[in-house]
Ligand binder design. Structure first.
Ligand SMILES: *Cc1c(COP(=O)(O)O)cnc(C)c1O
Length: 367
């Protein structure tokens, strides 16, 4: 008999559908599904295959390696490269028909040259830096870049995109970014939205699409929200978490008051206790940083507090108050009943990081 997994991630595709529909209905715009970093740890190819039938204008990936993985899996939705390309990657981008975002005049020149060499037309977006400071043309440089690209036969400009650095932190700055974006789109003559066609204007990530509205954008770029996690707590109720990280109770033991638990013996039992050992650790992506933080898991829906430090493959939790808990019981580490955002808070980080750091050892199980 094959032994059951110690730790696995259940991926709820109906929840993914719900979140995508919510994002598009709430904003009134089509979505570029952001699938970078293995679809935020959910499984790049599996989710792309599922979303491939939804008629989305693009899948957003971080780099050519991710694009290659999707192309090799025969994914049909056009692929958009969110990050800059290295010079030696650009020929493949041109030949495969992926859509790059152009961030500099060197980018533009290179792609134009490759298009000429291969006698193709490259469809590309311009990246516009309205405050992120990560890539793109500055607002003062946009008109010139648009003009240059429009004169090059090898490049067909099919969109302009910007990004929001603090849509979940700074409303005033974000509002100004939207105003600036819309003003610039009018200035360069791309204000024909909201009819999505073959020209796309976009700046909203998850937080942006929840709380802000552009008068020119006709595309949203949701990532975290697609996976059922809201960057803004007030919208969490509207979403369905896609990933449930699960494990099992390996053994339950009675230990006397005064006994130490885990490395460093940072936890010493105050009372005689029942302690369950669970088959998940930082080697699976459960952050060691939740050690000592009043963290818990759910067993049969009931909180079982973490005892001592997270080890590579196992954690110990207190089940003194849960007399029914036994070997083999399922454990929810995060999911619909225990938000990943709460685990992120214990670890002093963000939900994005927890999700993308779930390791390959954790089997992804589609539901
Ligand atoms: C990652 C990313 C997104 C998605 O961000 P979320 O906050 O996860 O919705 C959107 N746009 C760009 C350019 C990104 O890099």
């Amino acid at each position: 008999m094959i032994s059951p997994p110690r730790a696995w991630a259940e991926i709820d595709l109906a929840a993914l559908d719900h979140n995508l529909e919510f994002a598009q209905a709430h904003s009134g715009l089509k979505a570029m599904a952001i699938l970078k970093a293995g679809a935020y740890g959910h499984g790049l190819v599996a989710l792309a295959k599922h979303l491939d039938t939804k008629g989305l204008p693009y899948f957003g990936v971080a780099n050519v390696r991710e694009a290659r993985e999707l192309a090799d899996a025969q994914v049909k939705t056009p692929l958009y490269l969110l990050g800059p390309t290295f010079p030696e990657e650009r020929e493949e981008v041109v030949l495969k028909g992926w859509t790059p975002c152009l961030s500099s005049h060197e980018d533009i020149g290179d792609f134009a040259e490759l298009a000429r060499k291969h006698e193709v037309v490259v469809s590309a977006h311009l990246a516009l830096d309205t405050g992120m400071g990560r890539g793109g043309f500055l607002p003062t440089q946009l008109a010139e870049a648009v003009e240059r690209v429009s004169l090059l036969p090898g490049i067909r400009l099919t969109g302009i995109g910007s990004h929001l650095p603090s849509a979940d932190e700074d409303a005033e700055f974000t509002r100004e970014q939207f105003v600036q974006f819309d003003r610039l789109m009018h200035e360069v003559g791309f204000d024909a939205s909201p009819t999505p066609g073959d020209f796309y204007l976009h700046l909203s990530n998850s937080a942006g699409l929840l709380d802000y509205q552009s008068t020119t954008a006709n595309l949203i770029r949701p990532g975290l929200l697609l996976y059922g996690v809201s960057p803004l707590p007030q919208w969490q109720k509207a979403l369905h978490p896609v990933m449930t990280l699960k494990s099992r109770v390996a053994v339950v033991r009675r230990l006397p008051a005064g006994h130490g638990i885990s490395y460093g013996r940072t936890s010493i039992l105050a009372h005689d206790s029942r302690v369950a050992t669970i088959g998940i650790g930082y080697g699976d992506g459960l952050p060691r940083a939740i050690s000592g933080k009043k963290a818990h898991v759910l067993i049969g829906g009931c909180p079982a507090p973490l005892l001592g430090r997270v080890t590579m493959d196992q954690i110990m939790v207190d089940v003194t108050h849960l007399p029914g808990v036994a070997t083999g019981d399922e454990v929810e580490v995060f999911g619909p009943n225990l938000p990943v955002s709460e685990v992120a808070e214990w670890a002093d980080t963000i939900a994005w990081e927890i999700l993308t750091r779930i390791t390959p050892r954790v089997m992804r199980v589609l539901k």
